[in-house]
Write a protein that binds this ligand. Structure first.
Ligand code: S3P
Length: 172
């Protein structure tokens, strides 16, 4: 079984994923990094050259492959849960945890980062608010969520590892 982290951009999936993996002695894998390494280009370049729809199909392919691994902490981009197929594949062999944060906290964390093509707009805060609203029903389908707005990465890691669905997984 695996632990899958998802949630909106800037909710801390990378740092928390690394900490959870370190704590459990599991391997940490980031879907976006895997795609970038395989394709030899950045996520921004894929969006710019081929568009979001193409990125989503590459993402689904990568997720399908990575799901067959075991004892990994898998960090998925914030839009991965929009495809039912991804949820089905991830749930076959994993527990999906959603990281959350307020729109303002997300904005603060991502405002200087140019690597997220969907947020390179004139008013990123409004875009974040709109996207959070539109994605809420998808994020709700995750096993459980942790609000990261005012928690440290170590506290979020504890909250995940101590959650009953994860501790029961670990005791198996
Ligand atoms: C996206 C999130 C990004 C990346 C791509 C699209 C999204 O990953 O997959 O830019 O749709 O939310 P992070 O959530 O790791 O930033």
């Amino acid at each position: 079984m695996n632990i899958v982290l998802t949630g909106f951009m800037g909710t801390g999936k990378t740092i928390v994923g690394l900490l959870v993996a370190q704590k459990l002695g599991w391997k940490y894998i980031d879907v976006d990094n895997t795609i970038e390494k395989e394709r030899g280009c950045s996520i921004s370049e894929i969006f710019a050259e081929h568009g979001e729809t193409h990125f989503r199909s590459i993402e689904a392919e990568a997720i399908k492959k990575l799901c067959s691994m075991d004892k990994i902490v898998l960090s998925c981009g914030g839009g991965a849960v929009l495809k039912k197929e991804n949820i089905t594949n991830l749930e076959k062999n994993g527990i999906i945890v959603c990281l959350k944060a307020s729109a303002e906290a997300i904005y603060d964390r991502v405002k200087k980062d140019r690597s997220r093509p969907l947020l390179q707009v004139e008013d990123p805060l409004s875009k974040i608010k709109d996207m959070l609203k539109a994605r809420e029903p998808f994020y709700k389908r995750c096993s459980f969520s942790v609000d990261t707005t005012s928690k440290t990465p170590a506290e979020i890691t504890e909250a995940i590892c101590n959650h009953p669905s994860i501790s029961s997984l670990l005791s198996k």
